[in-house]
Design a protein around this ligand. Structure first.
Ligand code: FMN
Length: 384
């Protein structure tokens, strides 16, 4: 158990608790729930009632939740127990969750992803090799039915397979609509498939999807085109992790790469760009005291709204909003352990500690049993 408690005064006059518009989303506060893989689906990656309870607990009127990353293709899995959005059963399962969030007056986007090379034979159709832009060996761990094991060696996708995957993301966006989501966010960060195409440490292709920055960003842009065709730009978003290293990825010139990607995304009129600050690797701070920098850099390039994520507490969330480098802030670990996080941040209430042992997989323990602040739910702030 790590200590994360922050208590303080009520956040009077804080921008964090003022309304904001992110594309088609009209929100009443800016404390966003970050996408969080929790691996608690039932068999065949189908979302269930326990997940509906978890999301419902964290929904607030006018509050915004980004779902855990959700796989668009049968060969996209990398964590046992993560949800999918490529079968009718997935759509039916997700309907329970979107309804639960909407019943509380909240909004929810589905985060679309493909794990790419971050996978294992045991998670692949017919025990095949995980796929990626290129064959680049790495030592990362993935979660299989047998627990955490080393990722399996991957193979490189051919052009026809890339086109199929682009279409899988479009179909994922369509299925998200059928499941009642308010929009979709593409997971382009943290070393998964889209990021593997973006960064040149993992993309060694010599065709139109590799080499120049323009070629490496092509896969991302083609996917976004498909999402936007389904939803319109103002209900689509992209998450990027400039200078991210999680998943053993790297780039020789991240400033140029992510600057170009953000500039290209301007044409879609997205609801927002979601930026993970490089002071965090996965869910660990690199070191204490590092300031957010990526949102400020991309703010100069990206014309739409920005959600910033990675290592924020209430005070530095407010600071980035005041500086104008972000329009909302996403919280990950604090939202895991505090179902009523917006209220606690607003009133300056102490936070529950989080338990890393129950982050990934398991049952209701460390999932739906984190306590709400006692008695606070009757206050006026809770009704926001
Ligand atoms: C258990 C866990 C699961 C995560 N799953 C996802 C995910 O599915 N998609 C994603 O984009 N980021 C994921 N992240 C990263 C978080 O969204 C967030 O960027 C990270 O936790 C840093 O924010 P924090 O310092 O507020 O926790 C995950 C983080 C944790 C701790």
């Amino acid at each position: 158990m790590e200590t994360t408690a922050i208590a303080g005064k009520e956040a009077k006059g804080y921008k964090l608790f003022t309304p904001v518009k992110l594309g088609a989303l009209s929100l009443s506060h800016r404390v966003v729930m970050a996408p969080l893989t929790r691996m608690r689906t039932t068999k065949d990656n189908i979302p269930n009632d326990l997940m509906a309870e978890y999301y419902s607990q964290r929904a607030t009127p006018g509050g915004y939740i980004i779902s855990e990353a959700t796989v668009v293709s049968r060969n996209g899995h990398g964590y046992y127990g993560e949800p999918g959005i490529y079968t009718d059963q997935h759509v039916e399962g997700w309907k329970k969750i979107t309804k639960a969030v909407h019943d509380k007056g909240g909004k929810i986007f589905l985060q679309l992803w493909h794990n790419g090379r971050q996978s294992h034979f045991d998670l692949q159709p017919d025990g095949g090799a995980p796929v990626g832009p290129s064959v680049v060996p790495h030592d990362d761990m993935v979660f299989t039915p047998k627990g955490w094991v080393k990722a399996s060696p991957n193979r490189a996708l051919n052009i026809d397979e890339i086109r199929v995957l682009v279409d899988d993301f479009r179909r994922g966006a369509e299925n998200a609509r059928a499941a009642g989501f308010d929009g979709v966010e593409l997971h382009g960060a943290n070393g998964y498939l889209v990021d593997q195409f973006l960064q040149d440490g993992t993309n060694k292709r010599t065709d139109e999807y590799g080499g120049s920055i323009g070629n490496r960003v092509r896969f991302l842009l083609e996917i976004v085109e498909g999402m936007v065709a389904v939803w319109g730009g103002d209900r689509c978003a992209v998450r990027l992790g400039p200078s991210g290293t999680f998943g053993s990825i790297s780039d020789s010139n991240p400033a140029a790469l992510f600057g170009y990607a953000a500039e290209q995304l301007n044409r879609f009129g997205l609801a927002y760009l979601h930026v993970i600050e490089p002071r965090i690797v996965g869910s660990y701070l690199k070191e204490e005291g590092l300031q957010p920098v990526a949102s400020a850099q991309l703010r100069k390039i990206f014309k739409g709204a920005i959600i910033s994520a990675g290592g924020f507490n209430r005070e530095d969330a407010e600071a980035i909003l005041q500086r104008g480098d972000a329009d909302a802030v996403a919280f990950g670990r604090f939202f895991i352990s505090n179902p009523d996080l917006p209220l606690r941040l607003q009133l300056g209430l102490p936070l529950n500690d989080y338990d890393r042992n129950t982050f990934y997989g398991g049952d209701e323990h460390g999932y739906t049993d984190y306590p709400f602040y006692k008695g606070a739910v009757t206050s006026q702030a809770a009704a926001r």
